[in-house]
Structures are given as C-alpha cells and as structure tokens.
Design a protein around this ligand. Structure first.
Ligand code: AHR
Length: 502
C-alpha cells in the first residue's frame, strides 16, 4: 500500500508548548506509595523518592506533573499532608475507597518534582472546599514569608517558596462520581471566585477551569459555555479529559479513536471562541488536555480490590503493542492542535494507567506506551507543520474514511531538524511512504526508528521488554534546491519516528 505526504515549511500550525509533554500523579493506588515514594527501597534517596523511577521519568521527558488528583483532590484537605510526618492523620479516602496515610504531601511533591526535573501543576479541592482553602494553599506554597501560611511552610523546613505556576480549579466537577459534584452554574461561580482570590494571592499563576469529563457527558457543550460565562476573564485554560478502550476487541476501530479526540479539541476550541465573541473579549482561552490515555485493562480486576486498604494495586493496566499505537495517534493529535492545546497530561505516570511500572521493593520498568511519549517529548519540539496526506482510507465501526497513515511533522528551527511521527494503521500491509518537502535546505535522513510486533497484544514486564523501538528499514532520500523526496517503508501496525536534518 502507498501513502504520499507533502510538507511545506511555511504551512505552520503552531509552536509546540513543552507542557504538552506532561503527566499526572494522583493519590490513587500505587502511584505515590511504592511508585514514586518508597522509603526503605534499595533505590530510595534520603527523602524516600525512588531514584530508579526518577531516572525513567527523566528518560521519558516529562515537562509538568499534575497533582494530587484527579478524583482524590475533591475530598482532600491539603493541611493533612504538611508538617511532621508522624503527626499526619490517616483518612478514609472516598474517591477510591482506600486509606490515605498522608505520608507524602505538597512539600514532598514539590521537592520530588524538582528532583525529577519537572514542573509541578497543582489542583485545588473545589468538591468539599472552596476559595479560602485554595488561596491559603497558594500563600503556603508561593509567598516568600512573613505571613501565617508562608511561615508555616518555612517552619516545615521549606524556607524557599515553591513558586508553583500552574493550578487546576478542581477536577471533573461535572461528574456525578465526583465528591462535591456541581452543576455548571454552581461550579462556574465558585471557580470564578476561587480564581479571583488565588490570583490576588499570587498574580503570576495560571489557572485551568474544569471542562467536561469527556465529550459523552450529557452536559457536554453547555457545561463549557456556562463555566466560561462565569470564569472567562479569570482563567487561562479549560480542561479536557479522554480515555479510550478496546473492550470490543476491534483494533481498526480502536486505532481510529484519536479522531474523536481531534473533534473534541476542535469543538471545545469553538465553544471558547463563542464565549470570547459573546463577551467581546480580546483574550483567548487555551486548552489543557490534562488527562488522556488508554484505560480499560484493569477495570475487571479493580472490582475485586478490597476497600479501605493502603495503596492497593488499582488501575494497573498492562499496555499492549496496539495501545502504544493508540497513544502514538493521540500524541500526533495533540501536536496537530498545537495552536490551541498548550498543556497535556498523560494520565497517569507511575503504576496507575502508566508508562512506568514498579514492583514494591523491586524493579521499575517501561510499558509499551513509554516509547511513543518519549520520542514525542524528545524530538517533538519546535513548530508543527501541516502536512497533506494522500493515502487509502477505511471505514471502522465508529469512524468513516480513516486514513491508514496518521502523521505529523515538527520542525526545529534552531537545530534545523525535522521529525515526522507516523502510525501505519494497516494491520496487515506495510506502507510505502513517499514524502516531499519544500522550503528546506539539504535534508538528510538522520535516523529512522520504528516499533511494531507481530502480536498486537504483546506486553512488556519487569522481566523484559518484548515491545521496544529499533532502527527501521533503510530509506532513500534525494533532492536539491529546497525540494527533497524521501521514500521509506513503514511496517504494518507500526509507530515510526523519522528524523531529518543537515
Ligand atoms: O485518572 C484516573 C481518574 O480518571 C481521575 O482520578 C479522574 O479525574 C478521571 O475520571
């Protein structure tokens, strides 16, 4: 099968915001305890942070980490998680029906994020709490000293303010499963008032208002419009969340699901612009896609988890080769919308629907989905170029006219390099790709990486990586005076990274 891709240097979508390579750590299952934090582990540092996990996070290239939830945040009293560890209370945690020991909290997270080379993104509780607790937390984290909350932080051993810039105003407040679930009107009002006082406490912060939990919510659309009606001038971003599954075991359909993500982004962007027009505002609202991933493998076993235990193994999806292809397609979708999506968080980071898994007291290892994320974060920095794709299409159960080739290109002006990320959705045939580039001088093929496996259900484990990328079959590149032509063969059902430069 053949595919043609045409890329022109002038056809730019937008600059990639490095924060699209974010992730998420919630107090959920083993994300924190025995995930990033395990005092007594042979790899733990003096703070109890697992160094083997930090090394993998650095390798993955995670720009920002959202914390502490998720559903968890809607019942969380942040004061429980600061101060002397031995005095912190154990709480019944109602979002996931577990026990929360509070051994890890805000200060540990800020210190850990610094160690992991990533930026913290905090969420405040707008389920059971409101403006006061939120503004106190901003003062505790960001004010230098000389006030009650900032001096409390200093007395807890953190002399310097954490300087946390990104804050989420609650989590999935449209969902009936949320502790303190609200209507759009109720949430919009409280979010606006909370935003106001948080920004008064620290005008340098940026705020994310909750959009819908997913595009299938009955209130989707109306929710966004109402929330923005209340918060437009106070907030900077609106959130989106999406999780895909293959419970029907229909792989061609599963591989097309990122098209739904694309529609979701475009629709929410349209609602933001509608409210902008209504308000005669000059300001744009950008998008924070702060939860996205594949999530379904663990749903059955999670039903059998005993309630009120500490850090049980919940949401521990073990990802397959085909999941990695879907994650690759989702990353491509985020990049294709670089003009609108400025923040995105792969949900989550460690153990809980995560690219990194750990064994308590044991090893840490990379899941299949680790690789597309790592490649995108490493090479997908610069300007996204809008390529024209010409290839055969297929119809799937939920989608019509799905191109077999999913791809995008990112040009790095400083390094004069270009990376094409591409998924061949054809499960049986390789794709003979002919790519034409205009407006670039002297492009050479630097590297071609590909990841595929004859068994689409193949997984990695602590015992070894069955699924990992390797060098792709050699290609042919030719051209002169600003026109380059590349020929490559993308294996059936593969994730591909094609790097070009001088
Ligand atoms: O990421 C797991 C959960 O999914 C989060 O806690 C919640 O926000 C979403 O429903």
């Amino acid at each position: 099968m053949k595919a043609r891709l045409t890329i022109h240097r002038e056809f730019a979508v937008g600059t990639v915001d490095k924060r699209v390579y974010g992730s998420f750590i919630e107090h959920l299952g083993r994300a924190v305890y025995t995930g990033i934090y395990e005092p007594g582990h042979p790899q733990a540092d003096k703070n109890g942070f697992r160094r083997d996990v930090i090394d993998l996070i650095r390798e993955l290239g995670v720009s920002v980490v959202r914390y502490p939830g998720g559903n968890f945040v809607s019942g969380y009293n942040w004061e429980d998680g600061v101060g002397p560890i031995e005095q912190r209370p154990v709480r019944q945690e109602l979002a996931w029906m577990t026990l929360e020991s509070n051994q890890f909290g805000t200060n540990e997270f800020a210190a850990w994020a610094e160690r992991a080379g990533t930026e913290p993104m905090m969420a405040v509780n707008l389920g059971t709490r409101g403006p006061e607790a939120a503004r106190n937390l901003v003062e505790y984290c960001n004010f230098p000293g000389g006030t009650g909350w900032s001096d409390l932080r200093r007395s807890h051993g953190y002399e310097k303010p954490h300087g946390i810039k990104l804050w989420c105003l609650g989590n999935e407040m449209d969902g009936p499963w949320q502790i303190g679930h609200r209507t759009a009107d109720e949430y919009g009002r409280v979010a606006a008032e909370t935003a106001k006082v948080m920004k008064w406490a620290d005008p340098s912060i940026e705020l994310v208002a909750c959009g819908s939990s997913n595009a299938r919510m009955p209130t989707f659309g109306d929710w966004e419009a109402m929330v923005l009606n209340h918060t437009y001038e106070q907030v900077d971003y609106l959130s989106l969340h999406i999780y895909f599954d293959n419970t029907s075991n229909d792989t061609p359909n599963f591989l097309a699901k990122n098209l739904e993500m694309d529609t979701f982004i475009k629709t929410v962007g349209g609602i933001c612009d509608y409210i902008k027009a209504k308000k005669r505002s000059k300001k744009n609202i950008y998008l924070s896609f702060d939860e996205w991933n594949v999530w379904f493998h663990s749903k059955e076993t999670d039903q059998r988890i005993e309630k009120w235990t500490t850090a049980p193994p919940i949401l521990e999806d073990i990802y397959t080769m085909e999941d990695a292809l879907v994650v690759g397609c989702m990353l491509i979708t985020l990049l294709k919308n670089a003009d609108r999506v400025k923040i995105a968080c792969l949900a989550q980071l460690v153990n809980v629907i995560a690219p990194i898994m750990t064994e308590p007291s044991g090893a840490a290892w990379r899941q299949t989905i680790f690789y597309p994320f790592m490649h995108a974060s490493k090479y997908g920095r610069g300007t996204v170029l809008q390529g024209a794709v010409n290839c055969e299409l297929y119809d799937a159960a939920e989608f019509e006219a799905v191109p077999y080739l999913e791809s995008t290109a990112v040009y790095n002006e400083e390094e004069k390099t270009m990376t094409i990320f591409a998924v061949n959705r054809n499960l049986h045939e390789s794709l003979n790709l002919e790519a034409k580039f205009s407006g670039f001088e002297d492009l050479k093929l630097i590297e071609y990486l590909t990841m595929s496996h004859p068994d689409l259900k193949a997984v990695n484990s602590a015992r070894g990586e069955t699924v990992r990328p390797g060098p792709g079959p050699g290609g042919r590149i030719e051209g002169k005076s600003g026109h380059t032509r590349l020929e490559l063969t993308l294996p059936a059902a593969s994730w591909n990274v094609i790097r070009l430069g001088r």
